[in-house]
Design a binder for this molecule. Structure first.
Ligand SMILES: Cc1ncc(COP(=O)(O)O)c(C=O)c1O
Length: 342
């Protein structure tokens, strides 16, 4: 049917599409109220006014929005530009300080690309991007007619931003988010979603509206909790000899395993079976994550400190085993256990 409709339209026929039961009636006021709250919140937060009717859409979480946005705006064969480690819903290539090297993108890749997918502050690396980086990304996307989809702050006409209530408002299980920005992308996403889901339950939308109207101090207070937890965890790990970078934002530590320890999956499996501490192996976020682990700071400070001790001990043990293995392979057996532990 889709092909038949396309052929008819191409032949100049005005198609009255009665083939899909996607309602042509206006959405319920509660839905618009949520979109109004989202655009007002965006205006206050980022100083940009958006039209709730055409530049905003409620989502059943950012993940749902992202999956459907890609289906809505890209066709088979279109390129999607992504980073080498990324939230598992999307995968890709080439980064420095966990920011993609925009200057190294080839002309052929840019010509084929329909979407550039960014996420800063980043999951899993906690990397943040500067305004200059975003400006360069927006300029590049404009030049090549690429839609920039961003899982957070910066907006422009060629940008679709996805917001989630899972992190700032801790409502992950309720499944609520919204998409803001590029009118055409919002319209395509809305058309694709209409026959798939019928908006989130109104009560949950009202909850979202209430969250967006909370004073900003509430979100700031919680950001302070993530920051303190990061300091506690990074401090405890460093105190035990591990190298850890403090994140600038976000709720994760992205840690390189010790030299010689590259199998992050085996490390995490061993760690959880022997100590009960479960981390995410870096490879779960793409091939560039090999040799890294992600620590989600989702426990109280005392529990994080305790976990840090176990993680550090497991890292030390894995490093010693890797050294002993390397020495055995090269034929230089360590003279004593003291050499192994050095
Ligand atoms: C970058 C990123 N996008 C999307 C999501 C999922 O958000 P939601 O629960 O709103 O689907 C997460 C959750 O961890 C995330 O880190």
């Amino acid at each position: 049917m889709d092909e038949a409709k396309t052929r008819a339209r191409a032949a100049g026929v005005t198609v009255v599409d009665l083939s899909i039961g996607a309602s042509d009636l206006p959405p319920p006021p509660e839905a618009l109220e949520a979109l109004k709250a989202a655009t007002e919140w965006y205006g206050t937060r980022y100083g940009m006014q958006l039209d709730p009717a055409t530049e905003a859409l409620s989502l059943i979480g950012a993940q749902e929005g992202l999956a459907h946005a890609l289906m809505a705006v890209a066709d088979p064969g279109d390129g999607i530009l992504m980073t080498d480690v990324a939230y598992p819903s999307y995968f890709g290539a080439g980064a420095q300080d966990f920011l993609p090297r925009l200057d190294q993108l080839g002309a052929a890749d840019l010509a084929r690309a329909r979407v550039m997918l960014l996420n800063y502050p980043n999951n899993p690396t906690s990397a943040v991007a500067t305004t200059e980086f975003f400006q360069a990304a927006v300029d590049l996307c404009r030049k090549y007619g690429i839609l920039l989809i961003h899982d957070n702050p910066y907006i422009d006409l060629c940008v679709l931003e996805l917001f989630s209530f899972a992190k700032s408002y801790h409502l992950g299980g309720f499944r609520l988010g919204f998409a803001l920005g590029c009118r055409e992308a919002v319209a395509s996403l809305e058309a694709l979603k209409a026959p798939i889901d019928f908006n989130q339950y109104k009560g949950i939308m009202r909850m979202g509206v209430a969250c967006l109207k909370l004073p900003r101090e509430v979100v700031r207070r919680d950001a302070g909790v993530w920051q303190r937890r990061a300091e506690v965890m990074a401090g405890a790990l460093r105190g035990k000899g591990c190298e850890v970078q403090m994140p600038t934002a976000g709720m994760y530590l992205w840690i390189r395993l010790p030299p010689g320890v590259d199998d992050d999956v085996a490390f995490c499996q061993h760690l959880v079976s022997y100590t009960g501490v479960a981390l995410s192996p870096g490879q779960g976020f793409g091939p560039g994550g090999r040799g890294y682990v992600r620590v989600a700071l989702v426990a109280r400070e005392e529990a994080l400190e305790e976990a840090a001790g176990r993680i550090a001990a497991a890292m030390r043990q894995a490093e010693q085993e890797a050294r002993a293995k390397a020495a055995a392979v090269s034929g230089h057996f360590p003279a004593s256990n003291a050499d192994v532990a050095a």
